[in-house]
Ligand binder design. Structure first.
Ligand code: ADP
Length: 398
């Protein structure tokens, strides 16, 4: 039997999974899939490593599958479909590790209880991330589980990058900047070592541009600053999130429009960003295809804010050797990459238009002082690597 690691990434309406076989040469992706629309119109699909559909199921309209039901369905499917593989551990993506968890950790009831305390710090993600953990602990207590955190990679940020200018007592209580998308940045930092040793040992800014968008300054492989902070709403405008906004706006809306915390949460996370500005869509493709002036405004603001953050992160690094594009927009939109790179000419970045159209991986000219790369992210592989490492006998016994 070959041992296997299952990676689960549970969000509010979907659970994604990826089963890796542990081979001598490394982790081999075997089966990937997801259940989407858990609470509205559940749909399950699983594919093999070449993208061929292995199984698919659509529940009746109006059917409500909860997270437990979704995990049960995935587990049942994998029991039947993963012949020859023996599940050794499950690795979970968990958005918030708080102050305590700056490394991946083996999960048990005590650790789970601590992670549940961070729900108020990431109300839209943390409860869903933890739902499968709780269920598997109860139903399969002997199955090893590991949590990998989106915050952990940023634990190396210096104190100045982590502080808000608020009373120290609040900082000590955990009201500070944590940063997110850390599993993606950690993967990119490791992939960059193979592509560009100079940049990997130097100063790099990574653009993780997807529905959730953020940027990270990495010095010699370690995160030193990022655009997301206490929550995943700070920084860049996103699909439906505001990004940074004058906090005075929120006080104004509370006073003048009678908005309460829930209404502001909806505004900050669901009704703003590309969707709010354009009034059309949160999907970058729709906006790039649209002729509506408001779609153009939304894209312009997105690109403009990325350019300003790039200046800020280059200042935090004290220079810049390379930039890396990743995430759904960063990996797929040559037009957005081109605009960002052209705006960064003042930093010494010269775009190779042809290479950019061909998706790189290197999209800067040979003489460009700052290199630019496109690297597809792989958070699942990062989680599987951490999980396998934590399960190694010498670590497990430690
Ligand atoms: P998430 O943050 O949910 O993981 P993704 O990283 O999958 O999101 O990114 C989703 C975004 O990527 C969407 O806005 C989508 O429009 C955008 N995207 C995907 N393909 C393209 C493309 N070819 N051109 C422009 N945007 C794209």
């Amino acid at each position: 039997m070959t041992s296997a690691i299952l990676v689960l990434n549970a969000g509010s309406s979907s659970i994604k999974f990826l089963l890796f076989a542990e081979r001598a040469g490394g982790l081999e992706p075997r089966i990937r899939g997801q259940i989407e629309g858990i609470k509205t119109a559940p749909h399950f699909v699983a594919r093999d490593h070449e993208g061929r559909i292995l199984a698919e199921k659509t529940w009746e309209k109006g059917a409500r599958l909860d997270h437990d039901g979704a995990v049960e369905h995935i587990a049942g499917f994998l029991r039947d479909a993963s012949g020859g593989l023996e599940l050794r551990a499950v690795g979970h993506r968990v958005v918030h590790g708080g102050l305590e968890f700056t490394q991946p950790v083996r999960l048990d009831a005590q650790v789970l209880a601590k992670l549940e305390k961070f729900v108020p710090l990431a109300p839209l993600h943390q409860p869903h991330n933890l739902a499968p953990v709780r269920m598997l602990l109860a139903r399969q207590p002997n199955l090893a589980q590991v949590a990998c955190f989106d915050t952990a990679f940023h634990a190396t940020n210096p104190d100045v990058a982590r502080r808000f200018a608020i009373p120290a007592e609040l900082h000590d209580a955990g009201v500070r900047r944590y940063g997110f998308h850390g599993l993606s940045y950690e993967f990119i930092a490791s992939a960059l070592r193979d592509l560009d040793a100079r940049a990997a040992g130097g100063k790099t800014v990574v653009f993780h541009l997807g529905n959730g968008s953020s940027m990270c300054a990495i010095a010699a492989g370690r995160s030193v600053a990022s655009t997301m902070g206490f929550t995943a709403v700070e920084g860049l405008p996103m699909g439906t999130r505001t990004g940074s906004i004058d906090p005075g706006v929120l006080l104004y809306l509370m006073d003048q429009r009678g908005m309460d915390a829930r209404a502001l949460e909806k505004l900050l996370y669901k009704q703003s960003g590309l969707l709010g500005m354009s009034g059309i869509s949160s999907d970058m493709r729709d906006l790039l295809d649209s002729r509506e002036p408001r779609a153009k405004v939304a894209v312009d603001v997105y690109v403009y804010r990325i350019g300003r953050e790039l200046g800020s992160l280059a200042a935090a690094l004290g220079g810049l050797d390379a930039v890396v594009f990743t995430g759904g927009i960063g990996e797929n939109s040559a037009a957005i990459r081109a605009r960002i790179c052209r705006d960064a000419a003042w930093l010494g970045l010269a775009l190779d238009e042809k290479a950019n159209a061909a998706r790189g991986p290197r999209i800067s000219t040979p003489s460009s002082r700052v290199a630019a790369w496109v690297i597809p992210t792989n958070e699942e592989l990062m989680i599987a690597r951490h999980t396998a490492r934590l399960m190694a006998p010498e670590v497990a016994g430690a």
